[in-house]
Design a protein around this ligand. Sequence first.
Ligand code: ARG
Length: 471
Amino acid sequence: MALWGGRFDKAADPLFREINDSLPFDYRLAAQDIAGSVAWAGAIQRAGVLTADEHRRLVSALADLAVLVEENPRAPLEEQEKAATESPGTPEDIHSWVEAELIRAVGDLGKKLHTGRSRNDQAATGLRLWVRCEIDARLAEVRAAQRSLVALAEREAATILPGYTHLQRAQPVLMAHWALAYFEMLERDAARLAGARRRANLCPLGSAALAGTTYPIDRAALARDLGFDAPTANSLDAVADRDFVVETLAAASLCAVHLSRLGEELILWSSGEFGFVELDDSVTSGSSLMPQKKNPDALELLRGKCGRIAGAHAALTVTLKGLPLAYNKDMQEDKEPLFDAMGSLSLCLRIVPRVLDGMKVDRGRCREAAAGGHSNATELADYLVGKGVPFRDAHEVVGRVVRHALAAGRALEALTLDEFRKFDARIGPDVLAALTLEAGLTRREVPGGTGPQAVAAAIARAKRSLGGGAA
Ligand code: ARG
């Protein structure tokens, strides 16, 4: 039964049903719609629309329905598949489905629930509840990914690897420092998701179709019943606003961007050319043709899923652009990108610990790469600065030393003191100590730097931020 049949002579065109119906995807909002309906039943009982007994019967039928969809989340779809899809009698969305089921369970009483309510405030409420719950799940997943980054940082606290700019070896860093860089990105992602959750956590119910309900609803109590911080402030805005979805998708897409960078770096590192890490078999695949291959598929998908998540954000932003107030059916297009993006982000976040926890680090290889590429050239320049040479001049001198070393096919620390002195007589025998990997690191004990003590402090800070059940 359609919810709006009264003024229509003709049944809906099957193709119209196909473009119009949202049940095939918004069935996922069943639990939220039922929770909103239970709260609404309470609100209209307090407003004198339902007797205590009617309220009790409605709530009990809704509770049965909640059990049904909890046990079988696809129940709304199965019902619909059973009925002929062209039949005008099948529910078009989850809100119609819940109401139809309610009427089936309690008869005419079920028809009272929609008093003072519209699918517009109902849909906005259900989606806010869904977003809130999904953000909580993503936050826990972000925390778990951060925990595995910190565990990696602790395991590899002494592992030195090349830090890159332009993908050219630049200066050595600790692997722990690298891992904590991703920790920081995820820290900001968590803050953005939490901010989106805060702004999503308002209750539209009571806004009705667009102008506000005519019944004396206690909106503050209703908001409290659903765990919202407050009722929304403007009925037109409440039914037309999908900022909370856009914001959630923006936060999700930036988080996916971060994870794609992590994925890409580890793909490079696990290649034969780098050989810094070896991935566990359990997160890789083989080739059907080339027996020697071990492909980093999990990481490639970590990198690749970013496209659809960022795409979801773009899709909804464009859908909302220029929409007049208040509700328009365009807004039904909010759901599929949101569902897809949140599911994809969840997979990405959950695979991170699987990859990191099982990853073997070749410390020798990392160290060798860090020692190569003349990436201690800055150390030599700083050494000269210590001898009173202005940095610009030191940079010039070291440039010439590097050219000489390159031509000779040797590392800077392999040059003799005599060779060094040809470039600048102020270079003394203490230069070799200044050129070791360890010297380069310990000179960077600035807060936020890669010095071993600075990194140990950063690990401690990261653990404090995760501790105390932050997840
Ligand atoms: N299925 C709709 C949606 O998801 C529910 C709201 C429908 N409201 C309306 N007036 N047709 O947006």
